[in-house]
Design a protein around this ligand. Structure first.
Ligand SMILES: NC(=O)c1ccc[n+]([C@@H]2O[C@H](COP(=O)([O-])OP(=O)(O)OC[C@H]3O[C@@H](n4cnc5c(N)ncnc54)[C@H](OP(=O)(O)O)[C@@H]3O)[C@@H](O)[C@H]2O)c1
Length: 366
């Protein structure tokens, strides 16, 4: 995929680690890529960019205010990301509300097929989709059928990472083995190149890792809520287990659903259910938000870039959600540089000091 290629015509400036740098200096004539090929990270047999993009909003009207009129901008967002070497896109078969169910997968499939350069042009793109543990998915075959339906929606022959969206251990433990066997079956059939989980806590993660291993299937990735807003022992315990077992940790909601972008305040809340949540948390985030702003200003970055960079510094692959070219352009500036150790410490102590914390996903297990 075109890691070094010029930005498409719709992008006026190339995203750089410092989007505020004027481009007239001769020093800026050479534009290094945001990351070098050897900086890609291993997920199963694949190598992915140090940051991916999340697409939960693509099709979700209720929480994210999606409208079909956004599709042109979303395609440009995807193209911009790919042109800058981003090759990991996270989605799920449950993304998209009402009649738009599956819309995120459908759009990604359309965008991949439209990549200029012919049918093999999208080969490097790694789609990580998640299969919901719906109560009616009771057998391995039903789970494999869910995978086939995702492949149909995306019109792909194979998915990069097939992830179990959540564990049923807390409320339907008997269902879980069938879902695990479904993951094994989709891997053995070659429908997915790697297998991952999402919302698994340390205990369940060890269990599924052992089970898959006994069936000859490597567990390649674990996706959990991971950000300065959910910073704490639970988060770091999962990270340590992943490191020990060679599992790649994918950090979801790295911007705390938008609260770490710095654009929302108690008097400027997003509409819909997020507004209700933010109303509770934002007034208790002062130490963290002001430290983020201070470091961002010193480094000529934005608070979003600093928040995402922190996730990279912790050894995870963040997948910030993006809804527009503007957001993607800004978030691309989160890669290609690193926070200093003392800045990381300042951020973590500000996170500990701030009483506001992200609520845990209801599906997260121990
Ligand atoms: N496994 C799971 O159960 C699970 C759960 C949640 C998410 N995820 C995955 O993780 C991805 C990311 O998480 P998330 O979408 O929940 O939250 P997030 O990445 O923390 O926040 C994303 C939102 O922040 C705003 N934003 C992003 N970049 C911005 C920028 N540069 N400037 C200003 N605003 C910006 C956008 O919303 P507004 O413009 O509307 O503010 C965007 O939709 C999802 O898309 C999904 O793929 C997985």
């Amino acid at each position: 995929m075109a890691l070094y290629s010029a930005p498409p015509a719709h992008v006026s400036i190339r995203a750089s680690a410092n989007p505020t740098t004027p481009s007239s200096s001769p020093l800026t004539l050479f534009k290094p890529p945001l990351f070098w090929p050897w900086e890609k990270l291993k997920v199963g047999p694949m190598r992915v960019s140090p940051m991916g993009f999340g697409t939960w909003a693509w099709g979700n009207q209720l929480l994210w205010g999606y409208r079909e009129s956004m599709d042109g901008d979303l395609k440009a967002t995807f193209d911009l990301a790919v042109d800058h070497g981003i090759n990991l896109f996270d989605t799920a078969d449950s993304y998209g509300t009402g009649r738009l169910n599956g819309q995120s997968e459908r759009l990604l499939g359309n965008f991949i097929r439209a990549i200029p350069g012919g049918s093999r042009a999208g080969d490097d793109i790694v789609i990580a989709t998640k299969f919901a543990a719906y109560p009616w998915r009771l057998t391995p075959r039903q789970f494999v059928k869910a995978c086939e339906a995702s492949l149909d929606r995306m019109q792909l022959k194979q998915i990069g990472i097939g992830q179990l969206h959540w564990s049923t251990a807390n409320y339907a433990p008997l269902q879980e083995r069938a879902l695990w066997d479904g993951l094994v079956a989709m891997y053995e059939k070659g429908l997915v190149r790697a297998v991952g989980v999402s919302n698994y806590g340390p205990k369940q993660l060890l269990k599924i890792y052992d089970y898959l291993k006994s069936r000859g299937v490597p567990l390649s990735s674990a996706q959990v809520q991971f950000s300065l807003l959910s910073y704490g022992n639970d988060q770091m315990e999962i990270k340590e287990i992943c490191d020990t077992l060679g599992i790649t940790l994918i950090a979801y909601s790295p911007l705390g659903l938008g609260m770490l972008t710095g654009k929302y305040t108690p008097s400027n809340l997003p509409s819909g259910p997020r507004g209700l949540l933010f109303r509770q948390i934002l007034p208790k985030l002062d130490p963290l938000v002001s430290t983020l702003k201070k470091i961002a200003q010193k480094r000529c970055k934005t608070t979003s870039q600093v928040s995402i960079n922190w996730c990279i510094c912790k050894g995870t692959i963040p997948i910030p959600g993006v809804k527009s070219v503007r957001q993607a352009k800004e978030n691309l500036g989160a890669i290609g540089w690193r926070l200093k150790p003392d800045e990381i410490l300042q951020l973590e102590s500000a996170a500990k000091e701030s009483p506001g914390k992200m609520i845990q996903n209801v599906f997260q297990t121990r």
